[in-house]
Ligand binder design. Structure first.
Ligand code: URA
Length: 561
């Protein structure tokens, strides 16, 4: 391409097709790149295209993504270039220096390291970053990676190329204008909160530190945002008691106003925390860019870093919010800016995504998902009462039962039964000859080699000792050991997943709901952020016995148990 092309695309290295034609990206990766350029409304003729390495390379260890020269010299790993790699990439650097492109798209790790020297790629993908030479770089995914079973990622490449096209008229990076009100005075806080009461929609995002809200942000648009600290730098109260009370009162009024739409990334989490910690129940319309993104692009990761890279021009910032053990004043300032940015970016992402939701015909799915949120928030906070005493009795019984099964297995097999692989050498020696009932490999060995039973083969053609295989062995061979193994697994699972579960101090089982948590977009539930409770959707009857309704008289509860 011409050095005057406005977009420069930097790949990795030629393959056989490219060497044969002396042109970059003419093989399978090139065809995919062409398709993505087309979708981004870029003609190949408007770009210059080059490669970091000029000659054929060999791939090494997949995990480290090693790249070797044909003569076997290591050129690049995920840690960066080797000396030999730098020498090999020098001509490419010279070509980049000569190019007058306004924007450079770096495809894959080597191109990213050559142009920016930041890592890892996946965090920075889709960001517009200015390098030390003042060049505007957009890192993206290499088409060859997309072709290796990650085909859905082409949407990310198309998105990044579209961004490159929009950036190609100007060599400067002009960040999206945002009015950040950080570290505000009390009167600034009140003025902003009152302004929110007149807004049709606000994005709000809380940060939680040591179990309390330490700051929250409110955005009335993608460009106007405040972060209100509750805890000051140095962990003191930021406001007097009266001031803080007034701030919470106004915030609650905003959240409860039926005419104000509340938006946030994963709003279920924020609303549950606000209900639990501050006794605030949101009313009025709710919105969530995470739901919109997942409904429209279900195969892409739905965390804000990815959504923001897809929907906004905000460079990657998601590592800025963490407080170190002994944070300085600047760290709090950074956290407040991060908190404000989250609201602005979430607002902007939601505005970007809703037209996609509508044009794709996904509105009903979006609305149905959002409609569940108030009930899920209530369920998360309320939890279910646990009958701890009867549960403890059942747990003890189940454990005794399990010990009995292990003893029977020992007498049936004539071997010591263990349930975990020994780690230390001395232990290994002492337990030589023992049978680990949790090891499918050892069970296959025992059933199919030692006992010489005919192996059961699953649909993938592999020998199996799963529950179906054990049932068939019981039926076909009448082997008592197989039945004992089935019982062992069922009871061990019941104990491990349910009877041993930890609960909150008030004896209630809670969970964290993820509105579109499964691969197919269904609701999922898991432990809370405090690491207690668990999946509340598939409770087996043996455990459901110990979750009791709040609304039944005590006498009936006992009868139920
Ligand atoms: N992969 C690259 O990185 N460059 C090419 O030219 C072809 C495939």
């Amino acid at each position: 391409g011409s050095p005057d092309a406005k977009i420069l695309i930097v790949g990795e290295a030629p393959s056989f097709d490219e060497i044969r034609e002396s042109r970059p990206f003419v093989g399978p990766s090139g065809r995919l790149l062409d398709l993505c350029l087309h979708s981004a409304k870029i003609s190949r003729a408007e770009c210059a295209i080059t490669n970091v390495f000029e000659e054929l390379v060999k791939k090494g260890d997949e995990k480290k993504s090693e790249i070797f020269s044909r003569s076997g010299e290591l050129l690049w790993t995920t840690k960066g270039f080797t000396d030999a790699g730098r020498i090999a990439a020098k001509p490419c650097l010279e070509r980049i220096a000569k190019s007058n492109a306004n924007v450079i798209v770096a495809l894959g790790g080597p191109a990213l390291h050559l142009t920016l020297d930041i890592r890892p790629l996946l965090k920075w993908r889709g960001s517009i970053v200015v390098n030390s030479l003042g060049r505007k770089i957009i890192p993206s995914i290499h088409p060859a990676f997309i072709l290796r079973g990650e085909y859905h990622n082409r949407y990310l490449l198309i998105n990044d190329l579209t961004k490159a096209k929009a950036e190609s008229d100007d060599a400067r990076f002009i960040p999206t204008a945002r009015n950040y009100l950080i570290d505000p005075s009390y009167s600034e806080v009140l003025a902003f909160l009152r302004r929110c009461l007149d807004a049709p929609a606000v994005n709000t995002d809380i940060e939680v530190l040591a179990g309390q809200v330490d700051c929250f942000s409110l955005a009335t648009s993608a460009h106007d945002v405040i972060s209100i600290p509750i805890v000051d730098a140095g962990f003191e109260h930021r406001w007097s008691l009266e001031e803080e009370r007034e701030i919470w009162r106004l915030y609650a009024q905003i959240l409860q106003a039926p005419h104000i739409a509340k938006i946030n990334q994963n709003i279920t989490f924020d609303l549950a925390a606000l209900l639990e910690l501050n006794n605030i129940t949101a009313r009025g319309p709710l919105h969530d860019p995470m739901v919109a993104f997942n409904v429209a692009y279900p195969f892409l990761e739905k965390k804000l870093a990815v959504i923001s890279s897809f929907c906004t021009r905000e460079p990657y910032y998601k590592d800025d919010g963490q407080l170190a053990d002994a944070p300085k004043v600047e760290d709090f300032q950074k956290r407040w800016l991060y908190n404000a940015k989250d609201s602005a970016v979430s607002f902007e992402s939601w505005e970007y995504l809703m037209p996609d939701v509508d044009s794709g015909g996904y509105r009903a799915t979006y609305d149905m998902t959002i409609d569940k949120i108030p009930a899920l928030v209530y369920m998360m906070v309320k939890g279910l009462r646990v009958d701890r005493e009867n549960l403890a009795t059942a747990r003890a019984k189940a454990k005794a039962n399990l010990a009995e099964i292990v003893a029977k297995l020992e007498s049936e097999t004539g071997r010591k039964i263990i349930t975990a692989a020994p780690k230390k050498a001395a232990e290994k020696r002492a337990l030589a000859g023992a049978l680990n009932v949790n090891s499918p490999a050892q069970l296959k060995e025992y059933l199919y080699r030692d006992l010489k039973l005919k192996p059961y083969v699953n649909s993938a053609g592999a020998e199996s000792v799963d529950d179906v295989a054990l049932s068939r062995i019981v039926r076909r061979d009448g082997l008592r050991t197989a039945k004992l193994l089935q019982d062992y697994r069922r009871i061990a699972k019941l104990i491990g997943t349910y009877l041993d579960m930890q609960f909150d101090a008030d004896d209630r089982m809670r969970c964290s709901f993820n509105v579109r948590g499964t691969w197919t977009g269904r609701l999922s539930s898991s432990q809370t952020i405090h690491g207690v409770g668990g999946n509340l959707q598939n409770i087996p009857d043996d455990m459901a016995l110990f979750l009791v309704s709040d609304y039944q008289p005590e006498a009936q509860n006992e009868a139920v148990v």
